[in-house]
Design a protein around this ligand. Structure first.
Ligand SMILES: Cc1cc2nc3c(=O)[nH]c(=O)nc-3n(C[C@H](O)[C@H](O)[C@H](O)COP(=O)(O)O)c2cc1C
Length: 150
C-alpha cells in the first residue's frame, strides 16, 4: 500500500529519472501514463504528475490523462523537466487540476537538455541535465513534502 503515487510521461527519459528519484525519496508507486490504473489514483493520499515540457506546457499525454481523472479533493504536486526549467510552463496544467477540485501542494521544475530548433544553433541548453544538482533539488523538494504532508 502506497501513500504517494507518481504518474509521469517521458519521451527521452529525463523526466523518468526525476520521477524515479521522487519515487525512492517518497517511497512512492511510480507509473508511466501508459500503465496507469484509476484504482491507483483513488487509493493514493498524494499524487505527483509530471513530464517534459513541449511547446511551453506539459506533454499532451498528461493533459489526456488528467482530463479523465475524477473530480475530487486530492493533494497533487506537479513536476517537469525543460530546457528553461521554469514553473511558468506549469500554468496550463495547474488550471486544469484546479478546475477538477485538486489542491496543488508543490511544483518542481528541473533542467532537461533542450536542443529543439533555435537552441540547436547554440548547441542546446541545459546540456547533460538533469544532473546531480537537479537530483539534489528533487530530493530536497520531496523532503519538504514529507515534512508537511506525510
Ligand atoms: C519538440 C520539443 C519541444 C520542446 N519545448 C520546450 C519548451 O517549450 N520549453 C523548454 O524549456 N524546453 C522545451 N523542450 C525541451 C524538453 O522539455 C526537455 O528536453 C525535457 O527534458 C524532455 O523531457 P522528457 O525526455 O522526459 O520527455 C522541448 C523539446 C522538444 C523535443
Amino acid at each position: 500500500m502506497f501513500d504517494v503515487l507518481i504518474i509521469y510521461h517521458s519521451c527521452s527519459g529525463r523526466s523518468k529519472k526525476i520521477a524515479l528519484i521522487m519515487g525512492s525519496t517518497l517511497k512512492a508507486l511510480v507509473v508511466p501514463v501508459s500503465n496507469f490504473k484509476i484504482e491507483q489514483f483513488r487509493k493514493a493520499k498524494i499524487v505527483g504528475i509530471g513530464s517534459g515540457i513541449y511547446y511551453f506546457r506539459h506533454h499532451k499525454e498528461i493533459f489526456k490523462l488528467v482530463s479523465k481523472l475524477p473530480e475530487c479533493k486530492k493533494k497533487i504536486f506537479v513536476f517537469s523537466t525543460s530546457g528553461l526549467s521554469s514553473t511558468v510552463f506549469h500554468k496550463k496544467l495547474h488550471s486544469l487540476l484546479k478546475r477538477k477540485g485538486y489542491e496543488i501542494i508543490g511544483k518542481l521544475a528541473v533542467r532537461g537538455f533542450n536542443q529543439y530548433i533555435l537552441f540547436r544553433l547554440i548547441g542546446g541548453i541545459s546540456k547533460g541535465c538533469p544532473n546531480e544538482d537537479d537530483f539534489k533539488k528533487t530530493r530536497e523538494f520531496c523532503e519538504s513534502l514529507k515534512g508537511k504532508y506525510l
